[in-house]
Design a protein around this ligand. Sequence first.
Ligand SMILES: [Zn+2]
Length: 171
Amino acid sequence: MDIVLYPDPRLRAKNTPVQDFGPELEVAARDMFQLMYQTQGVGLAAPQVGLNIRMMVFNPEGEAEATEAEAVLCNPRIVSKGKDKDFAEEGCLSFPEINGQVSRPIRVTVEAQNLQGQEIRLELEGWAARVFQHEFDHLEGVLFIDRMSPADRTLIKQALAELERDYLENA
Ligand SMILES: [Zn+2]
C-alpha cells in the first residue's frame, strides 16, 4: 500500500459506499493506520491509498500509542455543522511539503459505520473536527488546495507544478 500523490486522478474519482464489512476491510484499515503513522500523518482517506471507497482513518493525536484516539469511519455523513469557523494550517500526505491555511467549522456532528458495520455518532470539535473534515473532503473528491485562498494558492503554485511534473515523469 502506497500513498497516492497529487495529481493522481484517483484523488478526484468517485468513492463508492462500503458494503462489505469483513476481514479485508479490517486489514485495509490497519494498513492505512500503519502508513499514516509512518508518514507522520493524523488522517488518511481510502482514495489516498488508491481505494475508491468511502472509508477513512484518523488519529488527531498522531501517535500510534494513543489508540483511544483512533477512529475508523465508513460511509460517514455530516449531520450538522457549527456556525463558527476558524483558520488553521493544514498539510496532506498526498501533497508532500505543501501547507496552507484552510477555514473550517469548529464543530461537526457525524454519523458513520464502524468496521463492523454498526452505526456510530461522533461530536467532534477543534482539531479533531478539522482532521475529520479534511478526510471527509477526500471522500468527496475535494482537496485542501481547493479550499485555500487565491493568495495561498499563489504561494504553492510552484510546488504544485513540481508535483504535476513528477507525476507525468513517473506515469
Ligand atoms: Zn489530505
